[in-house]
Each structure stands twice: as structure tokens, then as C-alpha cells.
Design a protein around this ligand. Structure first.
Ligand code: SF4
Ligand code: SF4
Length: 370
């Protein structure tokens, strides 16, 4: 099912979802960045803003039009909603000389994700595979995922650090959404809307709309084709698995270790990274305790700590583990790639370390040798 929506119809999307008891989370401007937050009106979308990104750099600028989705991606990803930064797993109370252990019920608020980029849809599919696609499902993630509704928005404005086209994850979403919009700004501001599920079709049927003509479909195709052409530096993934595994001791890892601050920004901003840690805490009287799961990062020395010490003590080994996992061993482990090309790890790295450049540096010496 396909239709054309006027920009004002976005308000109807928010209204219909809220009337049906969906919490609507969407991009909005806060603290000079585009972040994801609960909205009560489509007026809270980043109307007329664009993001200007470079390695280690991000700023917002006015666009000079009324585009609702005229930017790429911000520092946050939908991982915040599905693999929550902090989850209480257990609560323990002492009563009458024994302990009562209560398992924390997962958050069940029905949440509509409004404005999910194609690379982010791909990231959600990857986390689905990792967290609920095996024999042991993460219960909290599963519950949140079952209670999610995805409105994707195809990309017309890639940032300098975007490389989803190289990773096969954008700029057009092929599946994994309930409804997908393409914003068309060719003199007549409108959206081409296409349902991906029955629930998406039900929502679309409730919106004020016009039938989609061939010209609208062609204009929408042009939006994503142009975005694909505008994407700058690429990442050649055709042989990256073999390349990285054949160069485990490459000198580039010593070089990157001199620049990396081990700040963990790249992993926290990444929509597919899933490292967590579990902490137990009790109150001072010993009468109650809890077990909390929180985001962690493989860039910290403590992350690999076991009895007898850590397995990745040097920064060189931690960067290597991250890069190779993202682009090579993730495929061996989960039969899917670990990177969707969103560029967040490049933009939000305070020293501008660029995953694409690191691969090129290894490739150049490999080619020189052969
Ligand atoms: S590794 Fe970097 S570019 Fe790839 S998905 Fe993560 S943040 Fe995005
Ligand atoms: S964001 Fe940059 S400096 Fe920080 S841990 Fe990642 S690569 Fe290192």
C-alpha cells in the first residue's frame, strides 16, 4: 500500500499513534544536537535543521527549508530504547530470615520509533540476531522489541561520515519497518509512504492522503539515488574479512593506539555494539539488594578482566578486537556484519579516528606486499 502525504499529515501520525496508546519517540533538537525523545506533536521534529559532520565534529545548521528529516543521524541510536542503558535484572529482599528474589518485569510501554534511518533499521535487525536470534533470548530486549512499531524514513541527506551504501544498509530501507516514508523536496514538499506490515497499512489508512502517482515514486527513487551518489569515502567490504584476519599484527594497530583515548564513545554511540556488564549492590543494612545490567565497552581495560588479569591489556589489542569484530568475526559469530556504516563512531570519536581510514591503511600495505 502506497500513498502521498502532505507534511501536515505527520501530525496525524503522532495523533493516531498516541490515541492508540503508543509512546512516540522521534528525532528532536536538544543541546545543539538531534537526539531521540518522546514527542507529543510533529512540531517537535527537527524542522529546517541539518547536521554537518566530519571526523570528531558535529554541528547543526539551518537548512533554509522546512524539511522534517533533512539530516543524517545524531549521537544516539534506537539501541537506547531496545537494549536500554541500565536495566534492573533482579531485586532481592530479606524477610523472616530468608531471601525473596523478584525478577524485574521488562518495560512494556508500547513505543513507536518515528524517523528510523535505513542504517538503523539494519542495526536493529543485527541486534535482533545477536540478542534474540539464538537459543537464549534476552528477555528485556525481546519484550521491548515486541512492543515496538517502526516508522522508517529513507535518507536524502547523508553526512560526510555516512557509508551505508558501501555496507548495503541504505540509503533506502528494503524491509524491517511497519511504515516507510521518503521526504520529497522538489518544489512540492510531500512524503511517499509505503506500508511494510498490516499494522503499518492500518496506520496509513487513517492518515489524510493522496494516491501515489508514478511521478511520486520516481521522485522518491531520485531522493535515495542522489543520497547514494553523494556518499563520500567508502569501505570496501568485499574482502575485508580476509584482509583483517591476515593482518593481525599490522603496525597500524600501534599507530591507532597512540591516537585512541579509550574514551568508549565509539562503542556507546554505535547502534550495533552490545557489550554490557552486571553489577550487584546491596543496601547498608544488608536487607535488600539488586542486580543491574548496564552498557559497557570493550575499549576499557576492565572489560576483559578475569581471575588472573585481563586478556586485552593494551589499547592496541582493544582497538584491534573492536575493528576485527565489527568487520570480520561478527560474520563468523552471527552470520551477519557488525557495522551498518552510520558513521557515528567517526563523528563522536574526539580524535577523529575513522574506521574506513584504518581499513584503507591496512589494505594499502597488503597490496604493496602482493
Ligand atoms: S562501527 Fe561505526 S559506522 Fe559501523 S555501525 Fe558502529 S558506529 Fe556506525
Ligand atoms: S571514540 Fe575514538 S578515542 Fe574514543 S575509544 Fe573510540 S576510537 Fe578511541
Amino acid at each position: 500500500m502506497r500513498a502521498v502525504l502532505a507534511p501536515e499529515a505527520l501530525e496525524a501520525i503522532v495523533e493516531v499513534l498516541r490515541r492508540r496508546d503508543w509512546r512516540v519517540v522521534a528525532p528532536t533538537v536538544r543541546d545543539k544536537a538531534i537526539v531521540y525523545g518522546e514527542i507529543a506533536s510533529a512540531a517537535e521534529l527537527p524542522v529546517g535543521w541539518k547536521d554537518v559532520q566530519a571526523p570528531g565534529s558535529y554541528r547543526l545548521e539551518r537548512r533554509g527549508d522546512e524539511a522534517r528529516f533533512g539530516y543524517a543521524v545524531g549521537p544516539q541510536s534506537w539501541k537506547r530504547e531496545l537494549l536500554a542503558p541500565s536495566v534492573r535484572l533482579l531485586q532481592i529482599e530479606r524477610a523472616n530470615g530468608s531471601f525473596k528474589v523478584a525478577k524485574k518485569a521488562a518495560e512494556t510501554a508500547r513505543t513507536a520509533f518515528f524517523g528510523v534511518r535505513p542504517c538503523e533499521v539494519a542495526a536493529i535487525k543485527i541486534q535482533d540476531r545477536v540478542l534474540i536470534g539464538g537459543p537464549y533470548a534476552d528477555e528485556d530486549y525481546l519484550e521491548r522489541r515486541k512492543n515496538s512499531f517502526i516508522i522508517a524514513v529513507n535518507c536524502g541527506e547523508p553526512a560526510e561520515n555516512c557509508f551505508c551504501a558501501s555496507m548495503g544498509t541504505g540509503p533506502k530501507a528494503e524491509d524491517g519497518y511497519d511504515l516507510v516514508l521518503t521526504e520529497i523536496l522538489d518544489g512540492s514538499h510531500r512524503f511517499l509512504a509505503e506500508a511494510g506490515t498490516d499494522e503499518g497499512a492500518e496506520l496509513l489508512a487513517e492518515l489524510p492522503q493522496q494516491p501515489a502517482e508514478e511521478a511520486d515514486t520516481a521522485a522518491a527513487e531520485k531522493v535515495t539515488d542522489t543520497a547514494r551518489e553523494r556518499m563520500g569515502i567508502t569501505l570496501d567490504r568485499s574482502d575485508v574479512h580476509e584482509l583483517l584476519l591476515a593482518n593481525l599484527e599490522h603496525e597500524r594497530y600501534d599507530d591507532v593506539a597512540k591516537r585512541c583515548l579509550a574514551c568508549t564513545n565509539c562503542t556507546l554511540a554505535c547502534p550495533t555494539c552490545f557489550c554490557t556488564t552486571v553489577d550487584d549492590a546491596n543496601d547498608l543494612s544488608g536487607g535488600a539488594g539488586e542486580r543491574i545490567r548496564e552498557w559497557d565497552s570493550c575499549f576499557t581495560a576492565q572489560y576483559s578482566e578475569m581471575h588472573g588479569g585481563g586478556t586485552r591489556r593494551s589499547l592496541q589489542s582493544r582497538y584491534r578486537q573492536w575493528l576485527i569484530h565489527k568487520l570480520a568475526t561478527w560474520n563468523d559469530q552471527f552470520d551477519t556484519q557488525g557495522c551498518v556504516g552510520c558513521g557515528r563512531c567517526i563523528t563522536w570519536c574526539p580524535v577523529g579516528i575513522d574506521i574506513r581510514e584504518e581499513v584503507v591503511a591496512i589494505r594499502v600495505t597488503q597490496e604493496a606486499k602482493s
